[in-house]
Design a protein around this ligand. Structure first.
Ligand code: ADP
Ligand code: MG
Length: 272
């Protein structure tokens, strides 16, 4: 009997698999309170979907998780964000270190359009101040593109500009760029909203591949997508006079088939 040992190059493994949690997160823009005491645990290696109507604070919550919120003028915050149990807002902790460990992909694909595909993937390394050998840089570019499900489509043209790719490919390029710095957490804010159904399916396949290798938090308005990609789900809601809160959180299956709160049932069934 022969035992075949895979000769595949080792993937760019994240430093470790980490969980994320928030405790009593409240947020304001000036005097406008937009989130109220949001507590949620996002389990290591799982995909957690954040759902809820527009304006209920989902994007704000994501930006709080990786310290992008503080870059917004007038933004304030109370509460704790725990990455592997340690507060990312602890005194003396550098926001850039937090943002390397907790990456973000946005609704609109935003590669550097004139920069080559390869350099786009590697660009995060420079921003994060990570110096690697030329060989390891190339390895990271290839592995990140493989992970993002884009390698086969671009391997022969890594030198062409990122802006030459289709919208769906650009989004997977952005995912590859996030993966290149080997984050433990990947935040995705409506990553498929600007994509056609085929590109959406490719991104969902990528998310399924990444599951278990890193922790993913995805905001989506697509209820089928939430059910396809996530294991846990949190339903956010704001009203005209109350800030965004979590109405209900739990296993995705339960939220969709046996929700505790009537508002959850109404939302997931498209009644508002
Ligand atoms: P969602 O992503 O669920 O649609 P957001 O987090 O974008 O919700 O917005 C939540 C609330 O915060 C909204 O009332 C929105 O108008 C407000 N908001 C978001 N970003 C800013 C900002 N930069 N300045 C002021 N208000 C903002
Ligand atoms: Mg949003």
């Amino acid at each position: 009997m022969t035992i075949t040992v895979s000769q595949e190059p080792r993937a760019a493994e994240p430093a470790r698999l980490s969980g994320l949690a928030t405790r009593d997160i409240s947020a304001w823009f000036g005097s406008h309170k937009v989130l109220e005491r949001v507590s949620l645990t996002m389990a290591a290696g799982e995909v957690t979907a954040l759902i809820g109507p527009s304006g209920c604070g989902k994007s704000t919550y994501l930006r709080i998780l990786n310290r992008m919120h503080e870059m917004v003028r007038g933004a304030q915050l109370a509460g704790e964000v725990l990455l592997e149990g340690e507060d990312v807002y602890a005194h003396g902790r550098r926001p850039t270190e937090v943002r390397r460990r907790i990456g973000m992909v946005f609704q609109r694909p935003n590669p550097f359009p004139a920069m080559s595909i390869g350099d786009n993937v590697a660009s995060g390394l420079k921003l994060a101040g990570i110096k690697v050998s030329k060989e390891y840089r190339e390895h990271l570019i290839e592995e990140s593109l493989r992970r993002a499900g884009l390698w086969n489509e671009v391997s022969s043209r890594l030198g062409t500009p990122g802006g030459a790719l289709s919208g769906g490919q650009q989004q997977r390029l952005c995912i590859a760029r996030s993966l290149a710095v080997e984050p433990e957490i990947l935040l995705m804010d409506e990553p498929c909203s600007a994509l056609d159904p085929t590109s959406t399916r490719r991104v969902e396949e990528t998310i399924a591949e990444l599951r278990g290798r890193l922790t993913i938090v995805i905001v989506t308005h697509n209820m089928q997508q939430a059910q396809r990609v996530s294991q846990s789900c949190a339903f956010f809601l704001a009203t005209h006079d109350t800030p965004g809160r979590i109405v209900e959180a739990g296993p995705t299956e339960q939220l969709f088939t046996d929700p505790v709160d009537q508002r959850t049932a109404d939302y997931v069934n498209g009644r508002f």
